[in-house]
Design a binder for this molecule. Structure first.
Ligand SMILES: NC(=O)c1ccc[n+]([C@@H]2O[C@H](COP(=O)([O-])OP(=O)(O)OC[C@H]3O[C@@H](n4cnc5c(N)ncnc54)[C@H](OP(=O)(O)O)[C@@H]3O)[C@@H](O)[C@H]2O)c1
Length: 292
């Protein structure tokens, strides 16, 4: 590691949603970004390169490629993903995170920001939360200066889990009872907050922060969509059995119903990012429209 600041921030997952939002926020603030990618020839990686992002080719199973990708950076953002959500994928998520932490140790990265998930530290029992908790613990034991951001449910999920319009009415059906509030965050804000932490313009007290921009029951979520489209809206809570073929998601929705599940302090989040989006802002800014 050089002892002088290089001005470069490394990002893992820059071709995806969270990492992509971190890249967007860093570039908008004039930072130099190096994206650690598995395929520099992919359309998304090439699009990053076209915006001035340096690409470093990495393989999770190749420790030398990971530490080389982290040489001489000032800070490093990473997220982990189980991709297919099978139990084997979920174990793989922990291995992915541990490999990235170990590489940051080898490269003596001055500050590492890990995006985990809200509630990872609260014994949720949700398999793809527990996999992230194991990464958090490895990071916290690593000796690195670390900040853990814990995002709640993404508003961006509504791009594929959103309501339908049925005979002129918005109808949202989720496996969650209607009276339960669920905290929500725009992926854009994961990027904004992580960029502030990476660039040192904000700190998370105690080294962790759960992040959300809104909190709504199913009925209140449906109402926001209704107001957005100028239509009446209705929410229907579905039984958890609709997720019987996906035990990981079923465990998560069961945990959501054990209120309070996510516990972000929205005011504390706004001290880092005052313009954090609520759901109406996300709907308006993304121009959400129904698929059918
Ligand atoms: N959805 C929610 O409400 C929510 C809430 C909190 C937390 N989370 C967590 O967020 C995570 C997903 O984040 P996301 O939405 O940003 O994911 P995403 O959009 O699917 O992006 C995944 C990124 O990781 C990269 N990647 C995956 N495996 C890789 C490997 N072996 N080597 C190199 N790069 C690799 C992908 O690269 P390629 O472009 O090469 O594929 C891509 O850039 C999950 O762990 C989920 O549990 C989700």
């Amino acid at each position: 590691m050089s002892t002088q600041a290089s001005g470069t921030i490394a990002v893992f997952g820059g071709t995806g949603k969270q990492g992509g939002s971190v890249v967007d926020a860093l570039l908008s603030r004039g930072a130099q970004v190096r994206a650690l990618v598995r395929d520099p020839g992919s359309d998304r990686a090439r699009a990053l390169a076209g915006r001035g992002v340096e690409l470093a080719r990495v393989e999770i199973g190749d420790a030398a490629s990971l530490s080389a990708g982290l040489e001489d950076v000032d800070a490093f953002f990473f997220m982990t993903t189980p991709e297919g959500h099978t139990l084997a994928d979920i174990d793989g998520e922990t291995r992915q995170g541990i490999a990235l932490v170990d590489a940051a140790v080898t490269a003596t990265v001055p500050h590492v920001v890990f995006s985990s998930v809200g509630g990872a530290e609260r014994d949720s029992g949700v398999p793809h939360f527990e996999s992230k908790r194991r990464v958090e613990e490895h990071l916290q034991r690593s000796g690195l200066r670390a900040t853990i951001v814990r995002p709640v449910a993404f508003m961006d999920n509504f791009a594929f889990m959103g309501p339908n319009v049925e005979i002129g009415e918005i109808v949202l059906r989720w496996p969650l009872p209607d009276h339960i509030p669920l905290q929500l965050v725009a992926v854009r804000d994961i990027g904004q907050i992580s960029a502030s932490l990476l660039l040192g313009t904000a700190q998370a007290p105690g080294g962790t922060i759960e992040i959300a921009g809104d909190s709504r029951t199913g009925g209140e979520i449906a109402a926001a969509f209704g107001e957005h489209l100028g239509l009446p809206a209705r929410y229907e809570g579905l039984p958890l059995q609709v997720l019987a073929d996906n035990p990981d998601s079923q465990a998560m929705f069961r945990w959501f119903a054990e209120t309070p599940a996510y516990q972000a302090d929205l005011e504390a989040v706004r001290t880092i990012e005052p313009s954090t989006w609520d759901l109406p802002t996300w709907l308006r800014t993304t121009g959400w429209a129904p698929n059918h």
